[in-house]
Design a protein around this ligand. Structure first.
Ligand SMILES: Nc1ncnc2c1ncn2[C@@H]1O[C@H](COP(=O)(O)OP(=O)(O)OP(=O)(O)O)[C@@H](O)[C@H]1O
Length: 264
């Protein structure tokens, strides 16, 4: 039986050579309203492979956040489904543009919180949080309260809080959107370093073409609303990458192709 003739539920072992981490299968989303509803997504379909870093680009309002929320299980699509193949798929972590830290807890307590909520003994969770403070370059800030942090530092805490759970899938919704351009570039490089060391599967929404190319194995471009995938572009620049890759002709060619797909 070919894959096309199976129902989505039956596709437990896809025939592709590499088993995907997850498959977004013909996902449609319509938000109800008094005027017949808003169609946010229309037939979105793609695979995400284990340890892949994929960025989602697209015009404002094309349904990128909606798609992330559907994959996270926070929203149910009107049609279609998200199929997980990997055993670790239950551990999904979602990071938003706003760090959403608990204001009355210090940095190490914020980072340790997901483990404490999972029942890990407090001292053990805080010890692990200390290790993550080092990894994200916040040594010496463990006792600081969120209000004492810059936007970039707060976002590093949010990323550490996500990664401490060792998620199988990290979903990032414009995590650097609220930061100034230089901090944003620095954070993108740090995220790249973290991913190169820890290699979790990542799907990240961004509005920045260059950020998407720097970080990704593949970039998916959604059309304007209702969003559907209009380009699935492999970023075959060698890894490890650093900021200098932005100045290569290959980078420029990829940026042009993505820009064309977004503006078309
Ligand atoms: N809860 C909701 N109820 C009704 N409509 C919604 C809801 N959430 C989103 N929408 C609509 O669905 C469409 C897609 O929204 P979404 O936030 O997913 O887009 P986006 O691509 O993430 O946007 P942006 O890039 O501006 O953040 C938009 O037209 C939005 O107004």
């Amino acid at each position: 039986m070919s894959e096309q003739t199976m129902t989505a539920f039956e596709v437990a072992t896809p025939s592709t050579a590499i088993q995907p981490y997850l498959r977004v299968e013909d996902v449609h989303m319509r938000y109800p309203n008094d005027n017949g509803g808003v169609e946010a997504l229309h037939g979105v379909q793609f695979d995400l492979h284990p340890r892949e870093f994929v960025c989602l680009l697209g015009p404002s309002g094309c349904g990128k956040s909606t798609l992330l929320r559907i994959i996270a299980g926070l929203l149910t699509p009107t049609r279609g489904e998200v199929i997980f193949y990997a055993p670790t798929a239950s551990r999904i972590s979602l990071v938003f543009q706003d760090a959403n830290l608990m204001p009355w807890r210090n940095v190490r307590e914020n980072i340790a919180l997901p483990l404490i909520l999972q029942g890990v003994p407090r001292s053990q969770a805080l010890q692990k949080a200390d290790a993550w403070l080092d990894i994200v370059g916040l040594q010496g800030f463990g006792e600081a309260l969120p209000r004492e942090l810059s936007g970039g530092m707060a976002q590093r805490v949010a990323i550490a809080r996500s990664l401490i759970q060792e998620p199988g899938l990290l979903l990032l919704d414009e995590p650097f959107g609220a930061l100034d351009a230089l901090t944003r570039e620095k954070m993108a490089s740090e995220l790249l370093r973290l991913w190169q060391e820890h290699r979790t599967t990542v799907l990240m929404v961004t509005h920045s073409i260059s950020e998407a190319i720097l970080l990704s194995d593949r970039v998916l471009v959604l059309s304007s609303r209702p969003g559907r995938v209009v380009l699935d572009l492999a970023i075959d620049l060698p890894r490890p990458r650093d900021e200098d890759v932005r100045y290569t002709p290959e980078f420029g060619a990829l940026a042009r192709e993505l820009r064309r797909a977004i503006t078309d």
